[in-house]
Design a binder for this molecule. Structure first.
Ligand SMILES: NC(=O)c1ccc[n+]([C@@H]2O[C@H](COP(=O)([O-])OP(=O)(O)OC[C@H]3O[C@@H](n4cnc5c(N)ncnc54)[C@H](OP(=O)(O)O)[C@@H]3O)[C@@H](O)[C@H]2O)c1
Length: 248
């Protein structure tokens, strides 16, 4: 059947696959024919994702990406890949006067340093096939949507949204493409912080022109476009998926 978005024959590494967006990407990629390599820290939740996958031949690796040695180890164990979704991420709302070196370091390590080191390592170990597609999960915060208390996270995503452009240039000679998706608020465990009341979320949702927050699949389907051969002429872009919030 004609399907330019098919992932048949592709092997795709997905980080942060134990939950939320990463889990949805893994499941949807498997439904479109990919073999996926899923990774995160929590082995139980990763196994839950694994059981949701379609087809066979998928791989699972438990890995803490805030540890650079663990990244080197992960890459040494995986086969050559056709796609990579650097999606693992963390967030904490911290007003500027409450920022601590440790908080800043923790958020930057997972959201910024880890994706950079992972890309470096797959390049160095020649684990990216010619024509591979790399997708980062940035955020609407990374491309200009400012919210009070979100400074560290915004900086961590802004760095990735800039970095990808240089990576796209450097890797273009091998036809490797590098892009990001920049979601608005998406219904995953990340947004249901203990300090955030349901009422606050409901009020915030009303600002979205399309009238709702995103679902993990909304983001996964955009990533599938970027991973598939339908986007072979797309590189260096930040694709905003936010129900229209940032056009206001
Ligand atoms: N939800 C939103 O509204 C939203 C909006 C814009 C962007 N994003 C971005 O989307 C991405 C996915 O987030 P989500 O919303 O799906 O949140 P989530 O459900 O909390 O998932 C985060 C994932 O990252 C993994 N992770 C966190 N720290 C890690 C570490 N040190 N090493 C390895 N894996 C780690 C978690 O797995 P373990 O805990 O098992 O390690 C989990 O699988 C993140 O980059 C986030 O910043 C989310």
């Amino acid at each position: 059947m004609y399907n330019p978005y098919s992932l048949e024959g592709k092997i795709i590494l997905i980080t942060g696959a134990s939950s939320g967006i990463g889990r949805a990407v893994a499941v949807e990629c498997s439904k479109l024919g990919a073999k996926v390599i899923i990774t995160a820290r929590n082995n139980e939740r990763l196994k839950e994702t694994y059981r949701m996958l379609e087809g066979d031949g998928h791989l699972l690796f438990t890995c803490d990406l805030s540890n650079p040695d663990a990244i080197v180890q992960l890459v040494s164990e995986i086969p050559i890949i056709n796609g990579m979704v650097c999606n693992a991420g963390t967030n904490k709302m911290i007003p500027i006067s409450f920022m601590k070196y440790e908080n800043i370091q923790e958020i930057l390590n997972v959201n910024t340093v880890a994706p950079m080191l992972l890309l470096k390592e797959v390049c160095k170990k020649k684990k990216l096939s010619k024509g591979a597609s790399v997708v980062f999960t940035s955020s609407m915060a990374g491309v200009g949507a400012a919210a009070t208390g979100n400074g560290v996270y915004t900086a961590s995503k802004g760095a990735i949204s800039s970095f990808l452009k240089v990576a796209a240039l450097e890797l273009a000679p091998r036809k490797v493409r590098v892009n990001a998706v920049c979601p608005g608020m998406t219904r995953t465990p990340m947004i249901y912080d203990d300090n955030v009341q349901d009422e606050e979320l409901k009020k915030d949702m009303e600002r979205y022109p399309l009238g709702r927050y995103g679902e993990p699949q909304d983001i996964a389907w955009a990533m599938i476009y970027l991973l598939s051969d339908a986007s072979t002429w797309v590189t260096g872009t930040n694709l905003v998926i936010d129900g229209g919030l940032t056009i206001r």
